[in-house]
Design a protein around this ligand. Structure first.
Ligand code: GUN
Ligand code: FE
Length: 451
């Protein structure tokens, strides 16, 4: 189907409306209005089902999802460094601070070249959509023109996105060839991108996000100025929080506070803040994040390479923190939230079981750390949407129809269903553990086909 707008979709839908709970809407009907918003969800046994089905069939607006294909909410990727896409799958061999200096800042500096930006950003947007991501929260670079290219690529690709100009003006940690020339430049550049996004954003899919790279890369004036700017204009914020031992120590040495406390001290921890990683948050830091209503972008793949620890996801969820998933391209070497979701489950198991075989079993791991695929599915979809305050991620009236259709029978796909033994929930588990790009046959953002 070319568009889901103005259509009634008949099929089986999977979603995770609340933490740990999966709902199967088997052979259901979903009505999508002309703006791409879900206006009705009818189960097969509801009184309205037959009437709606017949009316849509008569009007020619009925779209039936083929048997063997299933509809899932689109993924919400809460943490992407768009300019690092050309480096995906490379440069994973050294600690964070060295990785930034050796590989990442030189790559991001290339975005002074608008043609390079165009090539990379269009590839990224189309690959995100093709892999089932319908909302993307992204860092750009310091360059105005390249950041506008990123905004335009999202608009043209139809992706729901949050785009920020990265702010980094600390001469002690950012190289001269790649930093904001002053705090004024960091602030003015951020303001300019906010205005550009607002001027281009006809149907409300793309939003600005205030983006101090992280505490070490910004001067105090910039951290304070960005907090005031974002709050005055009701923007979202994104930054890195307590990702690595090095970052953690840096804040303690410079401000005498933990990284999370420092962000709060500068006014950056709001209800609209996305904190990437948060792997090394203390229980006290977690209480602070909770009290400020900020959300966490859990980046399990990237954490393997740069974080020095596994984020205690289950503990954060138990405290009631809002958590979504992030690929953290390119510190995480995959554009797919399916891959990220799998690592999310696996790393929680590693944390619980422990990793050092020389330790006795009772000392090897951390109790009650594991999460299951239901929880991972929730945080990849509804959890991410909740983190951003977006009405999407669940199939319910009033929500945007952001969705993917997964064909479990795709010949070159990576799922095999055995009707003799697989229940409908097994099918969903197999999709989450096994689906690849070939299985994703359609993707919609606000009812519009994007892949
Ligand atoms: N901390 C500061 N910048 C970055 C970045 O680009 N990636 C990651 N993973 N952490 C960071
Ligand atoms: Fe990151």
């Amino acid at each position: 189907m070319k568009t889901a707008r103005g259509r009634v979709i008949a099929g089986t839908f999977f979603h995770a409306p609340s933490l740990g709970n999966v709902e199967v809407l088997e052979a259901a009907l979903i009505t999508v209005d002309e703006r791409g918003t879900i206006s009705a969800v009818e189960r097969r046994d509801s009184p309205a089902y037959r009437r709606m089905h017949a009316a849509a069939a008569a009007a020619g607006t009925l779209e039936t999802v083929p048997s063997g294909s299933y509809v899932l909410p689109g993924f919400v990727d809460l943490h992407i460094h768009a300019p690092q896409y050309p480096q995906l799958g490379k440069a994973l061999d050294c600690p964070l601070e060295e990785w930034l200096a050796r590989y990442t800042f030189p790559l991001e500096a290339r975005y002074a070249d608008v043609a390079f930006a165009h090539k990379a950003y269009h590839a990224l947007v189309s690959d995100l959509a093709a892999n089932g991501t319908t909302t993307a929260v992204m860092y750009g670079t310091i360059h105005q023109a390249a950041n506008r290219v990123l905004v335009d690529a999202c608009l043209e690709g139809g992706l729901r996105a949050f785009v920020g100009k990265v702010a980094m003006d600390n001469p002690h940690t950012c190289p001269e060839y790649y930093r904001d020339s002053s705090s004024e430049a960091a602030l003015a550049g951020t303001q300019a991108l906010i205005e550009y996004v607002k001027s281009r954003n006809g149907d409300g899919l793309v939003h600005p996000v205030v983006t101090p790279r992280f505490i070490p890369s910004c001067t105090e004036a910039t951290l304070q100025g960005l907090a005031a700017m974002g709050r005055a204009q009701g923007c979202h914020f994104q930054t890195h929080c307590s990702e690595s031992d090095w970052q953690h120590r840096y804040a303690l040495e410079r401000y005498g506070r933990s990284d999370a406390e420092s962000l709060d001290w500068f006014g950056l921890m709001s209800e609209r803040t996305i904190l990437a990683h948060a792997s090394l948050l203390s229980p006290r830091d977690m209480d602070l994040v909770k009290s400020r209503g900020s959300a966490i972008a859990h980046c399990p793949l990237s954490n393997v390479y740069f974080s020095n620890a596994v984020f205690p996801l289950r503990a954060a969820l138990a405290k009631g923190l809002r958590v979504g998933l992030g690929t953290d391209i390119s510190a995480g070497p995959s554009v797919s939230l399916f891959d990220t979701l799998r690592m999310c489950i696996a790393s929680s198991r590693l944390l619980e079981e422990g990793v050092d075989p020389d330790l006795p079993p009772q000392r090897r791991g951390r109790k009650d750390a594991r999460i299951d695929w239901r929880t991972a599915f929730f945080i990849a979809t509804a959890g991410g949407a909740d983190a951003l305050g977006l009405r999407t991620g669940r199939f319910m009236p009033g929500n945007a129809f952001d969705a993917m259709i997964v064909d479990t029978q795709a010949h070159e796909g990576s799922i095999r269903i055995f009707d003799e033994i697989d229940t409908i929930e097994d099918v969903l588990a197999k999709i989450l553990y096994g689906a690849s790009r070939r299985n994703i046959v359609a993707v919609y953002v606000a009812g519009r086909a994007v892949a």
